[in-house]
Design a protein around this ligand. Structure first.
Ligand code: PLP
Length: 389
């Protein structure tokens, strides 16, 4: 241990092992697991996107680097998409193509904060955001969401958490792990706070297209007065089931892009070029696949809620308005330690879930369930959970 302390930075040593990856590792040791623990689309990438990538390879377009901001034609298509679907008026000099949303978020945090700066994270939140702040030597400040109100933003508590050290507020909407679609009014209140306290808002909009019922996704960068205060991160991973392609992008003021690139280039140089051609085909091609994914997730959300309704003494849940994730509270005594509860469920019921503690201390006594799976997987998992209890 002493030797490790000498060889590795405090920055990396303070970071705990990922509970998500740990559950995946444990799940591999068990046969025929009903898997509800990974937030990745299980449908394959649409065929026309795969074909475009193959053609780009065959035409010899993918052997070199692209410009570090990304292919011009891809950034042009992104500008059109942001205007059409997010009501963001952008130019290509405001776009940086990144290695998934993750690398964009990491570069945004690196560019926005100095060591010791505080970043407010409404929580429970996506654990990677917490780690990104820690790796940048920042201080994550976790402000609880209002669970009984559907895991909504507590803007008053966020306001109270702002100090002279606060530099940014970072969040995902729709949310991982709760599935909440933050309401436009609450997001406008965050915008007001950011302007009043000169803060950066770093948004993760990975699940922007998976929104149900009468919820609406709202992008803060659509507010012209926020131009200098928002870095918005997007991805192809969820929208087009392109997890392994590692391709996403961010939008920020054109004066910020050169600063963010100073963090992007040492980690990535540029996003994978073959994936940039695939992303171009995704944006230019038919969009029916996105609607199909969304319809499927709506059906699987309803099924999962129905199955949870049959277990009212064991779980209490808030119905997710978006994403493909939900975050039920575990009511039984042993759920107080979500890690041992989820491990037991895996070993004894062969159902893989993610312990809520992975999403910050306010996530304890919960577990995250993914419904981006076939209906049979949900039924199999819940049949087993019912037998287990
Ligand atoms: C909220 C959120 N942001 C980002 C990501 C990762 O996105 P990407 O594959 O684009 O890096 C995930 C993946 O689970 C996620 O849930």
């Amino acid at each position: 241990m002493a030797a490790m302390q000498a060889l590795f930075s405090h920055r990396v040593q303070q970071i705990e092992k990922s509970a998500i990856h740990e559950m995946t590792r444990l799940s591999r040791e068990i046969d025929d697991v009903a898997f509800l623990s990974w937030a990745k689309p299980t449908s394959g990438t649409p065929a026309h996107i795969n074909r475009a990538a193959i053609q780009a390879i065959e035409r010899g377009l993918t052997g070199g680097y692209s410009p570090s901001d990304g292919l011009i034609e891809l950034r042009q298509e992104i500008v059109a998409k942001l205007q059409r679907d997010n009501h963001i008026e952008a130019t290509i000099s405001q776009i940086l193509v990144t290695v998934g949303a993750i690398e964009g978020l990491a570069a945004a945090v690196m560019a926005a904060i100095d060591p010791g700066d505080e970043v407010i994270l409404p929580s429970p939140t996506y654990s990677t955001h917490i780690r990104q702040v820690q790796i940048a030597s920042g201080v994550p400040v976790l402000v609880p969401l209002l669970e009984d109100d559907g895991f909504t933003l507590d803007t008053e508590a966020i306001q109270r958490a702002i100090t002279t050290k606060t530099r940014a507020i970072m969040f995902c909407t729709p949310s991982n792990p709760t599935g909440t679609v933050f309401a436009e009014a609450a997001l406008r209140e965050l915008a007001r706070l950011a302007l009043a306290h000169d803060l950066m808002l770093i948004t993760d909009e990975a699940y922007e297209y998976f929104v149900f019922d009468d919820h609406q996704h709202f992008s803060l960068a659509s507010m012209p007065e926020m131009a200098r205060h928002v870095i918005s991160c997007f991805t192809f991973t969820k929208t087009y089931a392109m997890t392994g392609w590692r391709i996403g992008y961010l939008h920020a003021h054109e004066d910020w892009i050169p600063q963010i690139k100073k963090a992007h280039i040492p980690f990535a140089i540029c996003a994978p070029v073959v994936s940039q051609y695939a992303a171009l085909a995704a944006l230019r091609g038919p969009q029916a696949c996105v609607d199909e994914f969304c319809k499927h997730y709506l059906a699987t959300r309803d099924l999962m809620c129905q199955r949870l309704d049959a277990l009212p003494d064991i779980f209490a849940y808030q119905k997710p308005g978006g994403s493909y994730l939900m975050f039920p509270r575990i009511l039984v005594e042993e759920g107080r330690d979500s890690t041992s509860f989820c491990k037991r469920l895996l070993r004894e019921a062969r159902v893989s879930t993610t312990p809520g503690i992975a999403f910050g201390p306010t996530g304890e006594s919960h577990m995250r369930l993914s419904f981006c799976v076939p209906e049979e997987t949900i039924n199999k998992a819940f049949d087993r959970i019912e037998r287990f209890f």
